[in-house]
Write a protein that binds this ligand. Structure first.
Ligand SMILES: Cc1cc2nc3c(=O)[nH]c(=O)nc-3n(C[C@H](O)[C@H](O)[C@H](O)COP(=O)(O)O)c2cc1C
Length: 355
C-alpha cells in the first residue's frame, strides 16, 4: 500500500505508523550470541543497523530498535533547522530496487533532536547521531564540532557525514588540508567532551565516489588523527549504465540500494586493506539479503547498515538477514562475526573494477 504513495509521503506515513505501533511492539527476542560484535567500545547485540536518513529527527529510534536492528543511526542533524531541497526530491527505481534522493539535509535542527534524545536517556540500545553542516553555514567544520559538544551526553556514537552529494561543496570536506582540519577539530572536541560525558566514538562517513588516491589520503589522515571508525559509504552520484529505470536515473541526487552494492563493497574492501585494522569499518550500500550482508563483512565490515532495501522488502528483512548470518556462522563453524571480517578483502581488490 505504501508503495502506491509518492516516495516521501510513504516515508512520512511509515514514521507515523512506527510512532503509533511503538508501544505495542514486543521487545525483540534476544539475538544469537554469535551475532554480538564489540567495536569502538560499544557492544552491539547484532551487526545489522539502520542507516542514517530514515529517522533524521530522532522521532522513533526505540520503535526501530524493537524491529530487530542491532543499532539505529539518527540524522543527519544540522545545528539549525533547514527545509532541504524543493520537492519532489525522493524517487524509487522499482525495477532496479534503487532509490535516488536529493533531500539536502532537511532537519528540524539540533535543539529539537536533542530534546527527543534526552527524553529516552536510560532506554538502552545503541543510537548513533549522524551530524552534518547547515547549507548556509560560514564555518562548516564548526557545525560538526558544535553538535559533538551538544549531543555527547546522549549519543552512543557520532558519524560525521561529509559525503552527502546534496549539499553543494560538502564532499570537499574529504579533501586534503580541509579534511585534516576537520579531523583535528572534531577529534579535539571528542576528547574534550569525553572528560565530561564519557567516551563517545567518532566515525567518518565517506563517499563511494572517491578515487583510490583520494582514499589513500583519507585513510592516512583518519589513521593519523585516530578516528574511531569509518563508514563506507554514502550514496553515489554515478549511474551504472545497466540501470533499467532510465527515466528516473536522470534525476540528480544520490543513488542507493541494489545498484550501489558492487561499488560500495569494492570501496569497503579497498578501505579495509589500507586501514590495516587500525579501526573498525561499517559497510553500507545495497544490502538487501543475508548474502549481501555477509559479503560486506567478508569485504572488511564488522557492522553493516541498510536503508533502501526496506522500501522494497519491509522491516522483516532485518530478522531474515540476522538469521541468515547465524546460518552462515553455524555452517562454517565460526564462533563469531569477527572471524569473517575482511576474509575476502584482498581478493576483492584484485578483481576488475565494478561497472
Ligand atoms: C532517502 C535517503 C536519505 C538519506 N539521508 C541520509 C542522511 O541524512 N545522512 C547520511 O549520512 N546518509 C543518508 N542517506 C544514505 C544512507 O544512510 C546510506 O548510506 C545509503 O543509502 C546506502 O545504503 P542503502 O543502499 O542501504 O540505502 C540517505 C539515503 C536515502 C535513501
Amino acid at each position: 500500500m505504501l508503495r502506491q504513495l509518492p516516495a516521501e509521503t510513504a516515508h512520512r506515513a511509515t514514521l507515523a505508523l512506527a510512532r503509533l505501533a511503538a508501544p505495542l511492539l514486543p521487545a525483540p527476542a534476544p539475538d544469537d550470541p554469535r551475532l554480538a560484535v564489540s567495536a569502538f567500545g560499544l557492544d552491539f547485540p547484532n551487526p545489522v543497523g539502520l542507516a542514517a536518513g530514515f529517522d533524521k529527527n530522532a522521532e522513533v529510534p526505540d520503535a526501530l530498535l524493537r524491529l530487530g536492528f542491532g543499532f539505529v543511526e539518527i540524522g543527519t542533524v544540522t545545528p539549525l533547522p533547514q527545509p532541504g531541497n524543493p520537492r519532489p526530491r525522493l524517487f524509487r527505481l522499482p525495477p532496479d530496487e534503487g532509490v535516488i534522493n536529493r533531500l539536502g539535509f532537511n532537519s528540524e535542527g539540533g535543539d529539537a533532536v536533542l530534546r527527543r534524545l534526552a527524553m529516552r536517556v536510560g532506554a538502552g540500545g545503541i543510537v548513533g547521531v549522524n551530524v552534518g553542516a547547515n547549507k548556509d553555514s560560514k564555518d562548516r567544520i564548526a557545525d560538526y564540532v558544535k553538535q559533538i559538544e551538544m549531543f555527547a551526553p546522549v549519543a552512543s556514537y557520532f558519524t560525521c557525514n561529509i559525503s552527502s552529494p546534496n549539499t553543494p561543496g560538502l564532499r570537499d570536506l574529504q579533501q586534503g588540508r580541509v579534511f585534516d582540519e576537520l579531523l583535528a577539530r572534531v577529534m579535539e572536541a571528542r576528547s574534550r567532551m569525553n572528560r565530561k560525558a564519557g567516551t563517545t566514538p567518532v566515525l567518518i562517513k565517506i563517499a563511494p565516489d572517491l578515487t583510490l588516491s583520494e582514499l589513500d589520503d583519507v585513510v592516512g589522515a583518519a589513521r593519523r588523527h585516530r578516528v574511531d571508525g569509518m563508514m563506507i559509504g554514502n550514496t553515489t552520484v554515478l549511474r551504472p549504465a545497466w540501470l533499467r529505470d532510465r527515466e528516473t536515473a536522470h534525476e540528480p541526487g544520490g543513488l542507493s540500494g541494489r545498484p550501489l552494492f558492487a561499488l560500495a563493497t569494492r570501496m569497503l574492501a579497498e578501505t579495509y586493506v589500507r586501514v590495516e585494522n587500525a579501526f573498525p569499518l561499517v559497510g553500507v550500500g545495497g544490502i538487501d539479503s543475508g548474502e549481501t550482508a555477509l559479503a560486506k563483512i567478508r569485504a572488511g565490515a564488522c557492522l553493516v547498515q541498510l536503508y533502501s532495501a526496506l522500501v522494497f522488502h519491509g522491516f522483516g528483512l532485518v530478522g531474515r538477514i540476522n538469521r541468515s548470518l547465524v546460518d552462515a556462522l553455524r555452517s562454517g563453524q565460526y564462533a563469531s562475526i569477527g572471524d569473517l571480517v575482511g576474509a575476502d578483502a584482498a581478493a576483492m581488490t584484485a578483481e576488475p573494477w565494478p561497472e
